[in-house]
Write a protein that binds this ligand. Structure first.
Ligand code: SAM
Ligand code: SF4
Ligand code: SF4
Length: 371
């Protein structure tokens, strides 16, 4: 029997404390990285815990009762999160997405939303403040989230068939509760609402057309996500990926589709619409069609590490700077230097050399860094 080693939660991933540059600079709102990509989008993970055990994200065998989740003292406080958010907005961030783990499990999340909603962008507009959730607590919380200032939600749902959905979430959570959450979110005006479906071969690929049919003509925009090699615990294999091309082929055969233009540069989903006017679907082709060229996303982990790529192997410890009493100007300048030095384009490199995928690398888990 092999012994299970559980690393101290705070030290399981590589991290560095960013150096504070000698010359401090005021943010211009116009940061660019080595590939000219701006910093527009910040994803904040507010908890590493979840009430689901989706097979592609938090498989039960790894995330079991012995798994060391972060202790409460490690988490960024709402004040710390808001402080970082303000510094990032000064650098040009216009969109903030709260994620996790399951963000609705974080106690008093509405308070954080209220604090973030008071931030305005460089051009004086309200932030595009959104949240990705598994929908389990949405029916209960939709109104309070809206009242707190949340603009919209994205809800994950991998199947309509009860037994398939329960096999995917692995905690026997019923489809009907997520559908209720969707309706509640729509009723209080948390739209436009997107529904994300991760497709894993042999698990829920038979649900592609039923899901498309269900959401066709509804207020919800269904998006299909290619199963990604994020993290190390899901045992990802290329032959479990169903390509977006295959998803489009299947839907098009049943309900004819045509491609449409992106809403904005850097949009992660390729858009398709039903030829009969029944709305649109999106394809997020992280594996077969890398979109690193336009990637303007930074990610903040639950305990304050900044990741400049979903596949980064090391985080930059902003919490250490805050808790060491560094000033806003110091932290902001450190962030500017980090973003300017950014070279990440993991998915593009993976498409060039898929051999690299089988190399063991200390990748961070999706539940820790947020989707
Ligand atoms: N718990 C929330 C949820 O499920 O919506 C938010 C966090 S979850 C990590 C964010 C998104 O990442 C979800 O839409 C989920 O389906 C997606 N995701 C997780 N693991 C993935 C993987 N291996 N490949 C593709 N998408 C994944
Ligand atoms: Fe939880 Fe979301 Fe990961 Fe599923 S995808 S296990 S709901 S964090
Ligand atoms: Fe962005 Fe990294 Fe994903 Fe490329 S692989 S799109 S750089 S997060």
């Amino acid at each position: 029997m092999t012994e299970k080693v559980i690393p101290l939660a705070d030290h399981r991933y590589l991290q560095t404390v960013p150096a504070i540059p000698v010359t401090l600079e005021a943010p211009t709102g116009l940061l660019g990285d080595t590939l000219g990509r701006p910093l527009h989008d910040l994803r904040i993970s507010v908890t590493d815990r979840c009430n689901f055990r989706c097979v592609y994200c938090m498989p039960k065998e790894v995330f079991d009762k012995d798994y060391a989740f972060l202790p409460q003292t490690s988490l960024l406080s709402f004040e710390e999160i808001t402080r970082i958010a303000r510094l990032f907005v000064a650098h040009g961030v216009e969109k903030i997405r709260l994620t996790g783990g399951e963000p609705l499990l974080r106690k008093h999340i509405e308070k954080l939303i209220e604090m973030l909603a008071s931030i305005t962008t460089q051009s004086g507009k309200p932030l595009d403040l959104t949240l990705t959730t598994n929908g389990s607590l949405l029916a209960r919380k939709a109104q309070s989230l809206k009242d707190a200032g949340l603009k919209r939600v994205t809800v994950s749902l991998d199947a309509l068939d009860e037994s398939i959905f329960q096999r995917m979430n692995d905690v026997d959570f019923p489809v009907s509760d997520v559908l209720e959450g969707l309706d509640a979110a729509h009723a209080v005006g948390l739209g436009p609402i997107k529904v994300n479906m991760v497709v894993k071969a042999g698990m829920n690929d038979g649900q592609i057309v039923p899901m498309a049919r269900h959401f066709k003509g509804s207020p919800f925009i269904l998006r299909f996500i290619e199963y990604m090699d994020v993290g190390a615990s899901n045992g990802w294999k290329m032959d479990e990926v169903i390509s977006s091309a295959e998803v489009v082929r299947q839907i098009d055969e049943a309900m004819p589709l045509e491609a449409i233009a992106a809403n904005y540069t850097g949009e992660t989903a390729q858009r398709w619409r039903y030829r009969d006017g029944g709305g649109e679907v999106g394809m997020i082709s992280s594996v077969t069609h890398a979109f690193c060229g336009d990637c303007s996303r930074a990610r903040l982990s639950t305990e304050g590490k900044l990741y400049t790529c979903l596949f980064a192997t090391s985080g930059h410890d902003l919490r250490a700077l805050m808790r060491a009493g560094r000033t806003d100007a110091e932290i902001s300048t450190a962030v500017a230097h980090l973003w300017r030095a950014r070279t990440d384009r993991y998915s593009e490199l993976r498409s060039i050399n898929t051999d690299g995928l089988s190399q063991p690398r200390p990748k961070v888990e999706m539940s820790y860094i947020g989707g």
